[in-house]
Design a protein around this ligand. Sequence first.
Ligand code: NAG
Ligand code: NAG
Length: 181
Amino acid sequence: MRNEMSLKFLKSLLFLAIAIVGFVRAMYDVRIETFTKIKGDIETLMEFNLRLIGRQHLLNGTIVNHVDFDDTFEIFSHVESFVNGEWKASPMAVRLKVCAFMDRIYGKYWESSLKDSNMPIGKEACPFKKGEYHIKNVEFHADNWATYAKRGQNMIELRILKNNITYGGFVSTGFLIDRNI
Ligand SMILES: *[C@@H]1O[C@H](CO)[C@@H](O)[C@H](O)[C@H]1NC(C)=O
Ligand SMILES: *[C@@H]1O[C@H](CO)[C@@H](O)[C@H](O)[C@H]1NC(C)=O
């Protein structure tokens, strides 16, 4: 079980959080390879019911918030990149209160990719309210993901926490590919 888990982790990598980082403007396409939800330690209050659809591996499904996520919660997110045969932590790991995360990370890097969605935008995203949000056939645009994530395979893990207890999250892996212009 343990081996399976670490293999999965190793194979993995990712992308959403990739976004989290940096300031270099890079022209990448993103191909998501895996998306696995993380359950809460005790209960899962934020559920990422998302899966990959079709040949393009578009991200589709719902995010269900069972409570309002205000600043009593934090979001922890980190990225690893597979470089020269090894997984390397990106210098960018964030641990922010929900409102700061929604403003600085979600609002800046992810929101613009969610074309067909009722996810909150701008100030509506804080607190991130109880409810069910759909995300349909999302393709991530990495242009503004100035990133410390590298070309190639990446992994992102995101957890929602309160007092260091996990209440949900996801691990996703994927590739950043140079865009054909
Ligand atoms: C995509 O997600 C929506 C909910 O956001 C769902 O209604 C739909 O069935 C999903 N499509 C597929 C092909 O799973
Ligand atoms: C949570 O964990 C971090 C890092 O492990 C630690 O620095 C911090 O003091 C912990 N906070 C609480 C409320 O336990």
